[in-house]
Design a protein around this ligand. Structure first.
Ligand code: FEO
Length: 392
């Protein structure tokens, strides 16, 4: 339990050992569920809860503070890593009301089977007084679910942002000390769950930018006492700006695609383009997603399995399609032997990407000299495209 300001406390839980989120996202550094307690002169409010396996840690922190009564539990987001312990809080303080927006209430009833009588609904821009402190609610949809909202504590100029601006990292010092570390963790988090909603993110940044904010307190990872650090990063990541980079997720079963990728990486490097390769047999999905935030181009390097694309590369394509990065160009290099639908499969999977397809280079067997020349031509085409958009 730590204090942000007088009568404003971080009461959540650190999850040192968690290694997967949503059974999908690797958590190499664990995570935290940052619930907060605001004690006003008249009312006490808990902002979010914690993932249910960590509810005891939340309760211990509330006990350490001698909390006798909770008037409101604010639910910024219905996902259970923040909402999952609301029932435990209501069991202990049955008079407490859950303050949230109408959509979040609907989701909480579905997910937690709470009753209508548990809720009080707040509207966008509405304020409530806790006595000497005032909370203002702002609806910020799609960061990263449709119902997400944030709370601004006016007197202390703190924005409680839930997942918005979060990072999976444990145990963070309360505030950012190592900016490079915090930047990478926040970028990875952005890539994993926020990236598909860049347009909504930009709108929501604009909305909160009207507030004088001194602290941004998300519900995962670092708290920011220099808000410009994370706001500038989000402005950049959510923009349409791309870098002179080619991301190459690939799989090679017997060395043919490996040879093509090696040659392609050299060809790009000679042309001043930064290649970022991921062997999909062992790639960290979070690192792959992070690399998608900036890369102007994605080139899938694919072996043939049976009559089509290698499933590991199809998985990378599926992830890209789901995360919808701002990638401008895509292509494929691959090797097959008896034909198949590799190109059709992969281009079909990435249909969400608003990217121009540059003609793939798919060969038979181990690359010959002319195949490597075709890869050089692909690198030339990518250089031309990158020049056209002013990044090379
Ligand atoms: Fe941290 Fe979307 O929950």
């Amino acid at each position: 339990m730590r204090q942000l300001r007088p009568n404003v406390y971080a009461v959540g839980a650190i999850d040192w050992d968690r290694r997967m989120f949503d059974e999908l996202i690797p958590l190499p550094d664990g995570t935290s569920y940052n619930a907060y307690l605001v004690k006003g002169s008249q009312k006490t409010v808990l902002l979010d809860t914690v993932d249910p396996p960590k509810v005891n840690m939340l309760m211990e922190h509330l006990d350490e503070l001698g909390v006798q009564k909770i008037d409101y539990v604010i639910a910024h987001h219905a996902e259970q890593d923040h909402s999952g312990s609301i029932s435990d809080v209501l069991n202990r303080w049955p008079q407490a009301k859950v303050l949230t927006n109408a959509k979040c209430k609907e989701y909480l009833i579905e997910l937690l089977r709470l009753n209508e009588s548990n809720f009080e609904i707040v509207a966008d821009g509405q304020e409530i007084s806790l006595g000497d402190k005032t909370l203002k609610f702002l609806i910020t949809p799609w960061v990263h679910w449709p119902e997400t909202m944030v709370t601004y504590l006016k007197e202390d100029k703190i924005l409680f942002s839930c997942d918005f601006f979060g990072s999976h990292f444990a145990p963070p010092p309360l505030y950012v000390e190592d900016e490079a570390l915090a930047y990478e963790a926040a970028k990875r988090y952005f890539a994993e769950i926020m990236m598909p909603f860049r347009t909504s993110i930009r709108k929501n940044i604009e909305k909160i930018s009207a507030l004088p904010i001194e602290i941004i307190a998300p519900s995962h990872g670092f708290v920011y006492d220099k808000p410009a650090f994370i706001l500038n990063a989000y402005n950049n990541w959510s923009s349409d700006i791309v870098k002179n980079e080619v991301l190459i997720p690939y799989t090679s079963m017997h060395g043919s695609v490996r040879k093509m990728v090696d040659h392609f990486v050299d060809a790009l490097t000679i042309r001043g383009i930064t290649p970022i390769q991921f062997n999909m047999a062992e790639a960290d999905l979070g690192k792959l997603a992070t690399a998608m935030v900036d890369a102007a181009t994605i080139v899938l390097g694919c072996s043939q399995v049976l009559a089509g694309a290698h499933p590991n590369v199809a998985h990378a394509a599926f992830v890209a399609n789901a995360l919808r990065p701002k990638t401008k160009f895509v292509s494929i290099i691959g090797s097959m032997l008896w034909g198949g639908k590799m190109v059709e499969q992969l281009t079909g999977i990435i249909s969400n990407l608003k990217a121009e397809v540059i003609e793939p280079v798919v060969i038979k067997g181990f690359p010959r000299e002319e195949d490597l020349k075709a890869i050089d031509v692909l690198a030339d085409k990518i250089l031309v495209k990158h020049k056209e958009i002013g990044i090379a």
